[in-house]
Design a protein around this ligand. Structure first.
Ligand code: TPP
Length: 353
């Protein structure tokens, strides 16, 4: 297995990684922050690892003997999730020495320029293997795991429930943006849904704050992304808690004529904290709060405000906001009853992948 972290994106190693995985038929899972370094259309792409429960991709790691870790840092997620029994052989490739713990204690560390090192490994393996392939059971797993993720997304896409299912919101964001456009997914339950399900086709096209997981990065992050990539569509996707932490920066975007677009998932709660309390304690407390009228709030800054009132309104509203000039805020009610349903579903997952 290859574990691809944020370093692959930072060093522009996506092409070298994708070619390496394709030639030697090695499945690749990315971290949340590495999301997009291998296209979800690539035959070896497995999706994202790092969710708080045993997700589909974990079953592939369970079967791996060797993990080639490329551009991964320990702070991206706890390696106990992919090496719980400490029995994997780990090869670490990054531009700096690994931080180690009991579950991430590499047998080999390659400290190098990542694309150059991958090309070197590619050539050496090519010479060693000749025409042989490394095809085995795990190749079939990649297709199966991708199928499970696709099914989850498609089931949500068809749901007309209101408040909207998170899967429906993810599917509509995907439909509103092009392959090279940029979505910034803030920290919260929202990040779990976006990281797991949002299909990504190019590096840094779904930017996630993980590791320290600072809430509210997406709104100023989207202002920065506009300055760096003025020709792309850019969407900040945030929970209502995160939005209210620094939505005053809407004023900056209005004043500087930056066409900031923000989609707020409204659940009147710190959804991720509620979710974690429900998992750990079976109950939650003191995580709910009230919200302003988001339309009037946006308008008070001189921005455009929208409130989604049915499932079918979301996609046209997103398209409208992304095509108009100026700053736009869309408030969309979401139904996080899906959170615990997902945990229950993953808990029951015993399929032999
Ligand atoms: C600055 C900061 N404060 C607190 C936290 C802890 N934290 C992580 S997620 C979360 C709740 C997020 O709520 P919201 O933005 O509404 O998103 P939701 O989980 O509802 O999707 C909190 C308090 C954090 N990661 N960063």
């Amino acid at each position: 297995m290859i574990l691809a972290g944020h370093g692959v994106a930072r060093t522009g190693a996506s092409g070298a990684l994708s070619a390496f995985a394709q030639r030697f038929e090695i499945p690749v899972a990315t971290t949340f922050m590495g999301k997009g370094v291998i296209s979800d259309r690539h035959p070896e792409s497995l999706g994202v690892i790092g969710f708080m429960r045993h997700d589909y991709e974990n079953f592939a790691f369970d079967q791996a003997d060797v993990i080639l870790s490329v551009g991964y840092e320990l702070q991206e997620f706890a390696p106990i999730r992919i090496n719980p029994l400490k029995d994997k052989t780990i090869i670490h490739l990054n531009t700096f020495l690994p931080d180690v713990d009991a579950h991430y204690d590499p047998q080999v560390s390659i400290i190098a320029d990542i694309p150059v090192a991958l090309q070197g490994l590619h050539a050496a393996l090519e010479a060693a293997l000749g025409e042989a392939t490394m095809a085995d059971q795990s190749v079939a797993n990649a297709a199966l795991i991708r199928g499970l993720l696709r099914d989850e997304l498609q089931s949500g896409q068809k749901s007309d429930d209101f408040p909207l299912k998170p899967q429906r919101v993810v599917a509509d964001i995907r439909a509103a943006l092009g392959d090279e456009d940029i979505v910034l997914a803030d920290t919260g339950a929202i990040k779990m849904w976006m990281a797991r399900l949002y299909p990504t086709y190019s590096p840094l096209s779904c930017i996630v704050s993980n590791g320290l997981s600072t809430m509210a990065f997406a709104l100023p992050g989207a202002i920065g992304a506009h300055l760096a990539c003025p020709d792309k569509k850019i969407l900040a996707v945030m929970g209502d808690g995160s939005f209210l932490m620094n939505s005053q920066e809407i004023e900056t975007a209005v004043r500087e004529n930056i066409p900031l677009k923000v989609l707020v998932w409204v659940d009147n709660s710190y959804g991720l904290i509620k979710w974690k309390m429900d998992i750990e304690e079976g109950a939650h407390d003191s995580v709910d709060f009230g919200n302003p009228d988001f339309v009037q709030y946006a308008q008070s800054f001189g921005a455009q405000g929208y409130e989604v009132q049915s499932a079918e309104q979301l996609l046209p509203t997103l398209r409208q906001a992304l095509s108009e000039s100026g700053v736009s805020v869309i408030a969309c009610p979401v139904d996080y009853a899906e959170n615990m349903k997902l945990v229950e579903k993953l808990g029951e997952l015993t399929i032999a992948l």
